[in-house]
Design a protein around this ligand. Structure first.
Ligand code: NAD
Ligand code: TDX
Length: 372
């Protein structure tokens, strides 16, 4: 049985990871720490919070509180998702990325070192797993080989630079202090609870509401998409069987240009609306409700500054060492994602109208000392 601190799990991937763990390992204890920024939504954890899984609304930069939680809850494992994650926001406001991604990771490492390695009751079998991104490797040309764990770091945005910095801090705590750390660098995730500022959920919701679909530049940039549950599975494998001090690339081997992915989603929605009066009545502004094709909403807009052309992940190491294999094909995953957004309008309506902040504010009002 493990006692885990999972940071940032009111966000997209962390919430899916916690759901995965509750199902696979119901005996484990999980303490989620999340600052509930705009991207943190307590509803992402609806149905999984119980005596084995608690949510503490706090900033990982509160080192004292992190130490108290590690001590009092006897936490032996940290899975660190908490971060500012949106590249566009890092371009307009990098400060928050430095604070959360660099300073926050440092704060967590400091707390872990103190409680796991320095104090009297040192925790021998501790494990700090750091969740990172393929963006730290920079950008690829069309014919370049995919990123391996040996690819030199070359981050291009304030977001990826802050993630790269945090990866190096984690690495240094292993080399210098012997902390048991692992890191995973994953490609673009998609699936349930994905915040609608990111490409796939933004496109789904804009289509339903008849809003334009902004394509940056010429739409030819390439991303490698992975269903979020397969990322959770990859992290779980690294936690259980990964070699301490190592990094593992996780990806979907599933490269798409942005424009192709947007056109695919348009055609899937066109199909679903055909002959479905319920959908047409529920979403009258959707072009498919008016007999038009959804790709009529595609609008080319000014490119993202410093836009990386292509990401692709070589998953050889995690496949060979840990037996990793993505379970959900893209064809299935994108339909499941569409199903989820169509079946959970209350989730995204609360995000779009801002009312999800009420539950965040209520969670923040709880005295965090209760949690420790
Ligand atoms: P997200 O933005 O949906 O969630 C991030 C969460 O972290 C939010 O709940 C937010 O409230 C919380 N947070 C932010 N700053 C915090 C702080 N100082 N203290 C405590 N909590 C804080 O992000 P995501 O897409 O779920 O990404 C999770 C992690 O995975 C990030 O580290 C990201 O870099 C990495 N990653 C994401 C992707 C992707 O495709 N989304 C791919 C590879 C890696
Ligand atoms: O409106 C849009 N139009 C558009 O063309 C948006 C939001 C995005 N894009 C493009 C930019 C990217 O090439 O689509 C691609 C995907 O964009 P995002 O969803 O913003 O993701 P990306 O920038 O690739 O980063 C994501 O994957 C790696 C996550 O947000 C990161 O946290 C993760 O590390």
């Amino acid at each position: 049985m493990r006692n885990m601190l999972v940071t940032g799990a009111a966000g997209f991937i962390g919430a899916n990871f916690v759901r995965y763990c509750r199902e696979q390992y119901p005996q484990d204890n999980i303490v989620v720490v999340d600052a509930l920024t705009y991207a943190g939504n307590p509803h992402n954890l609806d149905g999984v919070i119980n005596e084995h899984c608690t949510l503490v609304a706090a900033d990982i930069n509160d080192t004292e509180l992190m130490m108290t939680l590690l001590r009092e809850k006897k936490l032996d494992t940290i899975v660190h998702f908490a971060a500012e994650s949106h590249v566009d926001r890092s371009i307009t406001g990098p400060d928050a990325f430095i604070e959360a991604n660099i300073m926050g990771t440092y704060s967590l490492l400091k707390a872990a070192r103190q409680v796991w390695q320095i104090e009297e009751q040192a925790v021998e079998n501790h494990h700090f797993h750091h969740v990172s991104t393929d963006e730290v490797y920079g950008t690829l040309g069309s014919d370049d080989p995919a990123f391996t764990e040996e690819t030199p770091y070359a981050p291009n945005s304030p977001y990826s630079a802050s993630k790269a910095s945090s990866d190096f801090l984690v690495r240094s705590y292993h080399h210098t202090y012997g902390m048991n750390v692992t890191t995973s660098n994953c490609s673009n995730n998609y699936g349930p609870y994905h915040f609608p500022e990111k490409l796939i959920p933004l496109v789904i919701l804009n289509i339903l509401h008849g809003k334009s679909l902004p394509i940056y530049g010429d739409g030819k940039n390439i991303r490698d998409w992975l269903y979020v549950e397969d990322h959770a599975q990859g992290i779980d494998l690294v936690l259980r069987e990964g070699r301490v001090g190592e990094t593992y690339n996780v990806g979907g081997c599933n490269e798409w240009t942005n424009i192709d992915i947007v056109k695919l989603i348009c055609s899937l929605i066109d199909k679903r609306f055909t002959g479905n009066a319920d959908l047409r009545n529920t979403y009258p502004a959707c072009p498919a409700s008016q007999g038009e094709e959804c790709d009529s909403l595609i609008t080319y807009v000014t490119d993202r500054a410093g836009h990386d052309f292509r990401y692709a992940i070589d998953t050889d190491k995690i496949r060979k060492e840990l037996g990793y294999e993505p379970k959900v094909t893209f064809e299935v995953g994108i339909e499941k994602t569409l199903d989820w957004y169509l079946e959970n309008p209350q989730w995204w309506q609360a995000v779009l109208d801002g009312s999800y902040r009420d539950s965040a504010d209520a969670a923040k009002d709880k005295d965090v000392s209760d949690a420790a």
